[in-house]
Design a protein around this ligand. Structure first.
Ligand code: HEC
Length: 113
């Protein structure tokens, strides 16, 4: 994912969502993962099963994301990430700022982790 060229890291991050949409991500990277990283979800969350580490650049720490399928249905997870729905009394901190298609790709990927 362009990590070998630090000077282009910022650009790469910005381009991730675009490249996910146009299928230009590395073969071993699911589009959902690229969207997750492109939205900076890993600023607060690790996804251990997909080797996504938390960046630690946020003051808030979110829980590691795993086994979400036990707790969420795709539609409720999408609504939670769009902040249209709470979960156990919480509203999510971050509004998902991508398209519906990106949200769907990312949520189906997340539920597999
Ligand atoms: C600024 C920090 C922050 C960012 C950025 C963030 N989250 Fe969260 N997230 C949290 C916190 C904190 C929680 C715990 C519940 C709460 O307080 O909202 C959480 C909870 C969650 C949960 C529920 C976990 C569970 O076990 O029930 C999911 C799923 C989730 N986040 C996904 C995402 C996705 C996808 C993104 C990117 C679009 C994202 N988060 C971005 C802080 C963050």
């Amino acid at each position: 994912m362009g990590r070998s060229a630090p000077t282009t890291a910022a650009l790469t991050l910005g381009a991730l969502m675009l490249s996910a949409a146009s299928g230009m991500v590395a073969a071993d990277d699911a589009p959902g993962k690229a969207i997750f990283v492109g939205q900076n979800c890993n600023g607060c969350h690790a996804v251990p099963a997909a080797s996504v580490e938390k960046l630690g650049d946020q003051t808030v720490t979110g829980p590691d994301l795993a086994d979400l399928g036990d707790e969420y249905k795709p539609c409720s997870l999408r609504r939670w990430l769009k902040r249209k729905k709470d979960h156990d009394g919480y509203t999510h901190l971050q509004y998902f700022d991508g398209t519906d298609e990106e949200l769907e790709l990312m949520v189906s990927w997340l539920l597999e982790q």
